[in-house]
Design a protein around this ligand. Structure first.
Ligand code: GDP
Length: 325
């Protein structure tokens, strides 16, 4: 195991790919190995700019990642791209993080692209992504982009693992309102109105103004940063420099306020708490005593002969008892 850790820390891409496979595996022995590996490399983590990127399908996420990733690797950065897509399965082909959508970035030696792990609960997928993020950092990637589709819950999950949250928007009328409805604006710290090209520039600028106006209706969730609205074209590679400037300005503002480290600390503790909850539930459900008692209790609750609270209490008591037998 420590050999894999050594190779990972030395920046070996094959080792990184193997390590992520280990983290994604559902086999108990693999999970144990993954935990040991993460513990080994922990001191080498934390060094990346962690960027969350979201937006509705078709807004231009993969096109932007291609352009932005290439812009960054040309400046000497090492860029990793991870995807969170709870709807995808390996067999169906992942929508996000698909290497064929990333063009030249997929073969760039300074870029690492990892598609979404196979379908599971959102919590399960994001847990794997969080751990993969740490592995990418240990392997020396100094920018990690986490891509997700702009659908409700995943935003909150991603906001909980990145330093800065970027939302891609379309210049079309009404989309800014759509963003508000979806709660997208709640987490977005940088908004990038994409497709400001081919005669769309004016519309994009108007959308940006509308978004700015809409943002003023919100109490910012981050008191140290007023969300920035940018326009650009992923297709033409325009606006990549201002996007990076906004990301670094955000980082400076957070650091100056002492909020950067505080956010990371909170996120780390939050991950642990979320994991405890998930693990307790998982083990509860897997317990043979619970599995045999559950159908009977459920039918008693269903036909009204037992209060739900009493059934719940009995299940917990049963589980507690079997754990100490
Ligand atoms: P995703 O689903 O968010 O990953 O979106 P894609 O990156 O796959 O882009 C969807 C479509 O929009 C593709 O046909 C892209 O070529 C196009 N597209 C992406 N960015 C731009 C842009 O900046 N300008 C224009 N005109 N088209 C774009």
């Amino acid at each position: 195991m420590s050999e894999l850790a050594d190779r990972l820390v030395s920046g070996d891409r094959a080792a990184l790919a193997r390590a992520i496979t280990l983290v994604e595996s559902t086999r108990a022995d693999h999970q144990g190995d993954a935990r040991a590996l993460l513990t080994d490399v922990m001191e080498h983590t934390g060094g990346a700019v962690r960027i969350g990127l979201t937006g509705v399908p078709g807004v231009g996420k993969s096109t932007l990642i291609k352009a932005f990733g290439t812009f960054l690797t040309r400046q000497g950065h090492k860029v990793a791209v991870l995807a969170v897509d709870p709807s995808s399965t390996r067999t169906k082909g992942s929508i996000l993080g698909d290497k064929t959508r990333m063009g030249a970035l997929a073969t760039d030696p300074d870029a690492f692209i990892r598609p979404s792990p196979s379908a599971g609960t959102l919590g399960g997928v994001t847990r794997k992504t969080r751990e993969s993020l740490l592995l990418c950092e240990a392997a020396g990637f100094d920018v990690v982009i986490i891509e997700t589709v702009g659908v409700g819950q995943s935003e909150t999950e991603i906001a909980g693992m990145v330093d800065v949250f970027v939302a891609l928007m379309l210049p079309g009328a009404g989309d800014e309102l759509q963003g508000i409805k979806k709660g997208l604006l709640e987490h977005a710290e940088i908004l990038f109105v994409n497709k400001a090209d081919g005669g769309n520039e004016k519309r994009a600028r108007r959308a940006a103004r509308d978004l700015e106006a809409a943002l003023h209706l919100f109490t910012p969730t981050n008191p140290h940063w007023q969300p920035k609205v940018l326009t650009g074209s992923a297709l033409e590679g325009r606006g990549m420099d201002t996007l990076w400037e906004a990301i670094t300005a955000h980082r400076r503002a957070m650091q100056a306020a002492g909020a950067f480290d505080a956010r990371r600390r909170e996120q780390q503790v939050g991950w642990m708490r979320a994991m405890v909850e998930a693990m307790v539930l998982e083990r509860f459900k897997a317990s043979p005593a619970i599995r045999s008692a559950l159908p009977g209790l459920e039918s008693d609750v269903a036909d009204g002969s037992l209060p739900a609270s009493e059934a719940a209490e009995r299940l917990i008591a049963l589980w507690t008892k079997t754990r100490f037998d």
